[in-house]
Ligand binder design. Structure first.
Ligand code: NI
Length: 249
């Protein structure tokens, strides 16, 4: 069930049986020579929507632009400042909390989002804690990275070992190809495995990682692998979501 394909009376009826909502989050940024600019948003959305179908949970529109300042050296990349993203998360949660949603389950596709989301959750909880006379509804938020579930990590280890890397990985590229098979671009990488290391801003990133990848070999990507990873992520997160919604808000 997708929020944007419901009417308001249907949302009202949903709230009588559940106050949980899934919000897919990602990023719009370069993903190396054969990865789509939308990779992280596509992955978060694909996993989040299938998780919603599997568990009967409503799914909100994807937050498709995240915190990706370090990718701005490559055409097509977009970013929100960390402070902007924190405000976006707060406003999204508080809009839905007003209607009675209490459990916010974010399915994330991008490592750069983790710190701003953690700060946003703290801001939301701090307002509730500091305002003693507040009648603000209590909420509980959780972020899960689809690429870090036990099942996903086991498959990427089995298929890619240390060529998984940390950006423009064969796992995430495979998942986008499973979702949009017409976009697959098999390609031999040069060098096969990208360099590893750290970065600061966009210029520093491009200097250290000239084709955009970090430590990965997305030349190993395949639709078949993407289908396995997709299913593993949904299956792992379904158990986690079920436990989450049983917790008090
Ligand atoms: Ni990514």
């Amino acid at each position: 069930m997708l929020l944007h394909l419901q009417t308001w009376p249907e949302v009202e009826a949903y709230l009588k049986k559940s106050t949980a909502i899934i919000i897919p989050i990602g990023s719009t940024e370069q993903h190396g020579p054969n990865g789509l600019v939308g990779t992280d948003a596509i992955c978060g959305e694909a996993v989040g929507r299938k998780l919603g179908e599997r568990t009967g949970t409503l799914v909100a529109p994807t937050i498709a632009v995240g915190m990706a300042q370090h990718h701005l050296g490559f055409p097509g990349s977009m970013t929100l400042r960390p402070s902007t993203l924190i405000a976006v998360v707060k406003d999204n949660v508080e809009s839905l909390a007003r209607h009675g949603f209490t459990h916010f389950y974010f399915v994330n596709g991008h490592g750069g989002n983790v710190a701003p989301f953690s700060a946003a959750f703290s801001e939301i909880y701090a307002e509730a804690s500091l305002m003693r006379a507040s009648n603000r509804p209590a909420v509980r938020c959780r972020l899960r990275n689809w690429y870090e579930t036990a099942g996903v990590k086991a498959i990427s280890r089995e298929l890619y070992g240390d060529q998984e890397g940390s950006h423009a990985t064969p796992s995430e590229v495979s998942l986008t190809w499973a979702v949009y098979p017409e976009t697959q671009k098999p390609m031999k990488m040069s060098p096969e495995v990208a360099p590893r290391g750290e970065f600061t801003d966009a210029n520093d990133y491009r200097r250290n990682f000239p084709d955009g990848r970090i430590g990965s070999n997305p030349g190993l990507s395949s639709i078949e692998a993407g289908k396995r990873l997709w299913e593993a992520a949904v299956s792992d997160l379904a158990g986690d979501l079920a436990a989450f919604v049983k917790m008090p808000a």
